[in-house]
Design a binder for this molecule. Structure first.
Ligand code: NAI
Ligand code: MG
Length: 500
């Protein structure tokens, strides 16, 4: 094994956890991979190995599914009272909160994001998600239904857990994505196999310890570390899995759908985006500049709902582009644990190459660089400067494809195009989110209706809450996460009819 390196700024507890002999959680026990194989986890701020984690493959998947199957078919979890389940969820939230700093450090080390951001966003939102879903556990209910066939029957519906759920998550918000998946499935009484992203397994492995400490019965949540093909694919195809919930690329989302056909397991998907932000001339320009900059630069643009197409009315185009470019130039790039860090590195060498490749393709296709560019000026680590491109056209790859980095295309529109701007905003395979910047109430409502996306923000962007359903139209996905709506992902409806 190579010498492991860890940022000296992390606390002793975090350093100790990173250095432990990492184990997966299967059937209530912390175990190595059946093969004994491990793979490296990198610190993206240095490009160095942080530690090694088990590499799950088919055999580990089979064990985890068997454990989840037993826990669902025979175990106490689906049968206990909803209030007991709710209490356990609440306790998970308390334990995460108690270890908030450690989780934020792990997230920063492993993913590269600023520690300061993980501390006020990723971890508190995770805690909120468990608490919000703890409340739903006791509020899942069916209906009594009058029959057209007459009064000789008593009919009602039961809402029952869907069963054994496979959950496959990405690396952009490692802990929060785990919470978006686990909390509602647990509230519904499901049992789970969670596969963490291979780039960022550490906070999920720490979460596995918390789940164990909270007293979840064996097999209720099984946590695997491994790669997409080696562990994700056999999980998605498994005959004993009733449902797969996936967040990641649209490309892999389609593979998940194919893998699910064998036993027709239920599928929900939260996929890519190319979200528009629309700035109208009557917007509060300062707020629009700050807001649209944050729409793309938050989390280094590694958000499925990043505002990556910035449509600006020509009357304010120069002012907004200049403002967003200033914001971009002022952002301090540094390792996530550096107190001065405003933007850390991208998550991996692969993402770094992909994003720089997009910036270069934009330039080759004739776009102009108003801020940033392909060279980061930082010696080590996967850093990309926040970049603003102008002079694009709708056919360019940078305008069409999800970049998943801090790169925005600023595009002008005129009064003549006010109707056409809706078409342009909707001219994408995706339909995840959009933001509209205006003070005109009527325009705000009209745009909110006209945009084909699962989320529309007005005079804000990237506002998330456990109570707000989130998900995509078109190729951005199937189903919704969070809010009351997510419960549909993890429940079956049974109609019961009794002849009186
Ligand atoms: P990905 O879609 O390959 O990975 C997401 C998860 O799926 C990971 O846990 C991975 O191990 C798993 N996976 C990969 N192949 C699989 C397969 N055949 N069967 C089952 N599971 C599989 O995303 P990746 O490669 O990390 O990033 C590529 C691009 O995807 C990004 O540049 C970005 O455009 C997009 N993406 C979108 C996200 C979102 O939140 N919608 C999150 C992460 C990436
Ligand atoms: Mg991939």
């Amino acid at each position: 094994m190579a010498t492991l390196s860890i940022d000296p700024r992390v606390s002793g507890r975090t350093a100790d956890f990173v250095a432990t002999d990492h184990r997966m959680l299967i059937d209530g026990r912390f175990v190595t991979a059946a093969s004994g194989k491990t793979f490296p986890v990198y610190n993206p701020a240095a490009g160095e190995v942080l530690t090694y984690v088990p590499e799950a493959e088919t055999e580990d998947v089979n064990r985890a599914v068997a454990a989840a199957r037993r826990a669902f078919d025979e175990g106490p979890w689906p049968r206990m009272s909803p209030s007991e389940r709710g209490r356990t969820l609440w306790q998970i939230a308390d334990l995460i909160e108690k270890n908030l700093e450690e989780f934020a450090e792990l997230e920063s080390l492993d993913n590269g994001k600023p520690f300061k951001v993980a501390r006020v966003a990723d971890v508190p939102l995770t805690v909120d998600m468990f608490r919000y879903m703890a409340g739903w556990a006791t509020k899942i209910s069916g209906k009594t239904l009058p029959l057209s066939a007459g009064n000789d029957f008593h009919s009602y519906t039961l809402r029952e857990p869907i069963g054994v759920v496979a959950q496959i998550i990405p690396w952009n918000f490692p802990l929060l994505m785990a919470a978006w998946k686990l909390a509602p499935a647990l509230a519904c009484g499901c049992t789970i196999i969670l596969k963490l992203a291979e780039q960022t397994p550490l906070s999920g492995l720490r979460l596995a310890q918390v789940l164990d400490e909270a007293g979840l019965p064996p097999g209720v949540v099984n946590v695997l570390t491994g790669f997409g093909e080696g562990a994700g694919a056999p999980l998605a195809a498994h005959e004993q899995v009733d449902k797969v919930a996936f967040t990641g690329s649209t490309e892999v989302g389609k593979l998940i759908v194919q893998a699910a056909t064998g036993n027709l397991k239920k599928v929900t998907l939260e996929l890519g985006g190319k979200s528009p932000a629309l700035v109208f001339p009557d917007a509060r320009i300062d707020a629009a500049i700050r807001g649209t900059a944050s729409a793309i630069f938050f989390n280094h643009g590694q958000c499925c709902c990043a505002g990556s197409r910035l449509y600006i009315h020509e009357k304010v185009f120069d002012e907004v582009v200049e403002g967003v470019s200033h914001v971009a130039e002022d952002i301090k790039l540094a390792p996530g644990l550096d107190p001065s860090c405003q933007m850390g590195p991208l998550v991996s060498d692969e993402q770094y190459r992909k994003v720089v490749g997009y910036i270069e393709s934009g330039i080759t296709d004739g776009a102009k660089v108003a801020a940033g560019g392909p060279a980061s000026g930082v010696e080590r680590g996967y850093f990309v400067r926040p970049t603003v491109l102008t002079n694009t056209n709708p056919r360019m790859k940078v305008v069409q494809e999800e970049i998943f980095g801090p790169v925005v295309c600023a595009i002008p529109f005129s009064d003549k195009e006010l109707d056409a701007i809706v078409k342009r905003a909707n001219d994408t395979l995706y339909g995840l989110a959009a933001s509209v910047w205006t003070q005109n109430l009527s325009l705000a409502h009209k745009m909110s209706r006209a945009i084909r996306a699962g989320t529309v923000w007005v005079n804000c962007h990237n506002v998330f809450d456990a109570s707000l359903p989130f998900g995509g139209y078109k190729q951005s996905g199937w189903g919704r996460e969070m809010g009351e709506e997510v419960l549909n992902n993890y429940l079956e409806t049974k109609a019961v009819t009794i002849a009186l």
